[in-house]
Ligand binder design. Structure first.
Ligand code: FAD
Length: 500
């Protein structure tokens, strides 16, 4: 019997050409292009979700695999640099904090920098935590440059539509065949053409695209994995009550700053993402507190500059598919699940799926152990991110709406509760190797949201006041000198992209 366990996987069909579809196509064709026949189907009429413009530093890994030239990519996608996210009013109205990339201070082998900083704060000799982090200081000074050694840790803000086009050109150069049109039906090899492996996509014009392995990148609809194979969805809205976003683009009215702004509202939060030529804006909200008719008006009142498109409401359900790989179909991107874009993690998850598929590629046939491994890794990764996002909501002191009271009082996942207790009692944060967010991220967000540790590691007491003053002072001086020597962010981007 020629089941998918023994069938060679040579013809790959990617359904959908948003960021997910083209990232998959680009990586697969670059790494395995000569051995595979890759087709990508997309429909201009259906279009893409059109948002998703803030990234995290892990994107460098993806770009290195693709051999991307940074200035060329930035010019093609109107990208700017991103050093972190400014959370405005998240702890309480009028109180802001910064979640930067990179590290803060210098760790000791036995204890993180936060322990020394906490002792310094208790003794009145420490400056604000952020003063020991070069990315935060550079972001607030609106400066950026690549540095030869110990450079700033950065990601990008990019135009999602242009990014898909850029990856499309790269994929087509590596042999990917793009097919324009609407998928009318998904054919299977079970009785009556149902209940078995997927064999082909039936297009609306009557043509048929056959394959052995199918990648579902059809967005929230999840046409292959969800609708056809019937893989269910785990709903996380009891932890993440926002279920809508409204997005709009505006013309730039000031220089692009090198960070994302996340501004808290009574019914959700708003993003501002500065690109070279425009600003991406959006409001993420709970439909129980704000209607879809009112949301665009609220957003329009809270943006600067001329509107370049009309606001568009996007509905979503936070959560994940029970499995992302079922039979001969793997869902990637929005088709696999979605957590709101508070920490810009969705593009990263696409990248992770693409790399994971390359590592577990079923060239000689699909093996159950590979499928289980893929599903378990994907699940762990998303649950870790979910906990981090829930933390931002849960640890708040706002009293201005039902949303903030509800999330403060709700039961959080046990894994998150444990992290919060550990930090509150002893300022400790541990980092299992497969987790995305490192201690510096957890510490900044926990302290930013108002979780104050009651103690610190005793090793910090080995430093007397004079030694601690010098230790903290040296770090802070190095940070401020580094930042003082940097050019303005916008000027640097323009100079870098000028040859392209
Ligand atoms: P889509 O962009 O929806 O693409 C689906 C594709 O499938 C399209 O090409 C469509 O034409 C095709 N298709 C669907 N049905 C058919 C059919 N029947 N026939 C043919 N083709 C079909 N991520 C980040 O990392 N950072 C962010 O800042 C960020 N912000 C976001 C803000 C919001 C409000 C939302 C909703 C998401 C955000 N994301 C963000 C997530 C990010 O937008 C997505 O992960 C990314 O765009 C990938 O989307 P996709 O390719 O899975 O789906």
């Amino acid at each position: 019997m020629n089941t998918s366990a023994h069938k060679p996987m040579r013809r790959i069909v990617i359904a959908g050409g948003g960021t997910a579809g083209w990232m998959m196509a680009a990586l697969m064709s670059k790494l395995l292009g000569r051995q595979l026949d890759i087709k990508l189907v997309e429909s201009e009429e259906i279009g893409t979700v059109g948002v998703g413009e803030a990234t995290i530093p892990a994107l460098h890994t993806f770009h290195n695999l693709l051999g991307i030239n940074e200035p060329e990519f930035m010019a093609a996608t109107n990208a700017t640099f991103k050093l972190g996210i400014q959370f405005e009013g998240w702890k309480n109205i009028g109180q802001d904090y910064f979640h930067s990339f990179g590290t803060t201070g210098t760790d000791h082998w036995s204890a993180g920098f936060q322990h020394f900083w906490l002792k310094g704060r208790a003794e009145g000799i420490a400056r604000p935590y952020t003063d020991y982090n070069p990315e935060t200081v550079a972001a607030h000074a609106n400066r950026f440059a690549h540095l030869p050694r110990n450079g700033l840790n950065y990601a990008y803000h990019l135009d999602a539509g242009r990014y898909a086009k850029y990856l499309r050109a790269m994929s087509e150069a590596h042999g990917v065949q793009r097919i324009e049109g609407k998928i009318a039906a998904v054919l299977q090899d079970g009785p009556d053409g149902k209940a078995g492996d997927i064999t082909a996509l039936q297009m609306q014009d009557g043509s048929r695209i056959d394959g052995e392995l199918f990648i579902d990148c059809t967005g929230f609809r999840s046409l292959l994995l969800g609708e056809t194979l019937g893989v269910g969805y785990e709903d996380w809205s009891h932890w993440l009550p926002c279920d809508r976003a409204v997005a709009v683009q505006t013309a730039s009215v000031r220089e692009a700053w090198p960070y994302t702004r996340s501004i808290c509202h009574p019914f959700g939060w708003q993003w501002r993402i500065p690109l070279q030529h425009r600003v991406g804006n959006g409001l993420v909200y709970s439909s129980k507190l704000l209607s879809d008719a009112d949301a665009p008006e609220v957003l329009k009142r809270n943006v600067e500059g001329e509107l370049l498109i009309q606001p568009r409401v996007i509905k979503f359900l936070p959560g994940q598919r029970h499995k992302v790989w079922e039979r001969n179909c793997i869902a990637v991107g929005l088709a696999s699940g979605f957590i709101e874009p508070l920490e810009s993690t969705s593009i990263h998850l696409i990248q992770r799926s693409a790399i994971r598929l390359m590592q577990l590629f079923p060239a000689g046939g699909i093996k159950p152990a590979d499928v289980d491994e893929f599903n378990q890794q994907s699940q762990r990764e998303l649950e870790h991110i979910r906990d981090f996002i829930v933390l931002h909501y849960h640890a708040n002191e706002r009293t201005d709406s039902e949303l903030w009271r509800h999330v403060r009082e709700m039961q959080v996942p046990a894994t998150l509760r444990h992290r919060i207790e550990l930090f509150r009692e002893s300022a400790r944060v541990f980092h299992p190797s497969d987790e995305l967010f490192a201690p510096n991220s957890w510490i900044q967000v926990m302290m930013g949201q108002g979780i104050q540790p009651q103690g610190y590691h005793p090793v910090a007491d080995l430093m007397g006041p004079a030694e601690l003053t010098n230790f903290l002072g040296d770090i802070q001086l190095k940070v401020s000198r580094t930042v003082a020597g940097l050019p303005g962010h916008q000027a640097y981007v323009e100079q870098l992209c000028a040859p392209y």
